[in-house]
Design a protein around this ligand. Structure first.
Ligand SMILES: C[S@@+](CC[C@H](N)C(=O)[O-])C[C@H]1O[C@@H](n2cnc3c(N)ncnc32)[C@H](O)[C@@H]1O
Length: 280
């Protein structure tokens, strides 16, 4: 389980330090999401990227819609620092705010578009969270976001776990974390309950590149040591255990090299909805 407190502290710091690796892992997700956003994004008005991290989606939207005001919000000051630094490279200049979207969003209402790349799976109370999003949005304005589909469909996590002999985890009741919105039935009902309408979930299977460069296997190991569900297992293992786990991981990572990169697939939802009449 990863919640708000983790992101504003240690997890956010790690993602900031590893931002080149996470941007690479999410590049195929970004292409699919940015295309979906482009089909509904207004030409002008105000859009917010929720849980923007280092701002990949924020910057893409600002570049695609130069007349649209774009703001990225994230809990982690380390991630926002990187996002602001990246603006230097961009022609269009979005604003970045450090804070909890549930507190900042009401101060920016009414908004014309909400987007997020994997930033909405961490609300302690998801109906309350998505209701705040709805209340801050103009009637009929679109929400477009991505999240992981079911854990069992995401081989970038299941294959390494199986290699390490970990029993497959079955997702149960909602708990904040990467797979919290993986169940389509749950997520559709959640959005309806929170005042969203025209809800559509589209499944995409995208590449998830975990290692590349001169030594893609060591690069992939460096990724798994710091990012995702295996990171705590690897970092808390004794030196001997860790060596044995990593030896097994190296073999499976090497078997997944394609065009010089260690590549798994990820199953993601791209979800679109519109702000409904009833504010929950
Ligand atoms: C998986 S990361 C994705 C980051 C970024 N959107 C990307 O695609 O690289 C999730 C992000 O959501 C942010 N986040 C989670 N809950 C949040 C909240 N309540 N308010 C603001 N940011 C939040 C985290 O700090 C983290 O940066």
């Amino acid at each position: 389980m990863t919640g708000a407190a983790d992101w504003s502290g240690r997890v956010g710091d790690v993602w900031a330090a590893e931002y080149a690796r996470t941007e690479r892992a999410f590049s195929a997700t970004a292409a699919a999401l940015d295309a979906a956003i482009a089909t509904v994004a207004p030409v002008s008005g105000h859009a917010v990227d929720l849980g923007c991290g280092v701002g990949g989606t924020t910057l893409a939207l600002a570049a695609a819609r130069p007349m649209l005001q774009v703001t990225g919000i994230d809990l982690s000051s380390s991630l926002i620092e990187v996002a602001r630094w990246r603006v230097g490279e961009a022609a269009a200049a979005p604003a970045f705010v450090v804070g909890d979207v549930l507190q900042v969003l009401p101060t920016l209402a009414p908004l014309d578009l909400l987007v997020s790349r994997h930033g909405l799976m961490f609300f302690a109370d998801p109906v309350a969270g998505f209701s705040v999003l709805r209340a801050a949005t103009a009637l009929d304005a679109p929400l477009v976001f991505s999240c992981f589909a079911a854990r069992s469909e995401n081989e970038w996590v299941t294959v390494p776990e199986r290699t390490l002999g970990l029993s497959p985890r079955v997702e149960g009741a909602y708990a904040p974390g990467p797979f919290a919105l993986g169940d389509a039935t749950f997520t559709r009902a959640l959005l309806h309950q929170s005042g969203w309408t025209d809800v559509q979930l589209r499944l995409h299977r995208v590449d998830y590149v975990v290692g590349s460069g001169i030594d893609p296997v060591e690069d992939a190991l460096a990724f798994y040591r710091r990012i995702g569900p295996l990171a705590s297992l690897l970092s808390t293992a004794s030196p001997a255990e860790r060596q044995s786990l990593e030896t097994r991981l190296r073999d499976v990572l090497a078997s997944r090299i394609r065009d010089g990169a260690v590549t798994f697939s990820a199953a993601i939802w791209i979800i679109t909805a519109r702000a409904g009449k009833e504010v929950a």
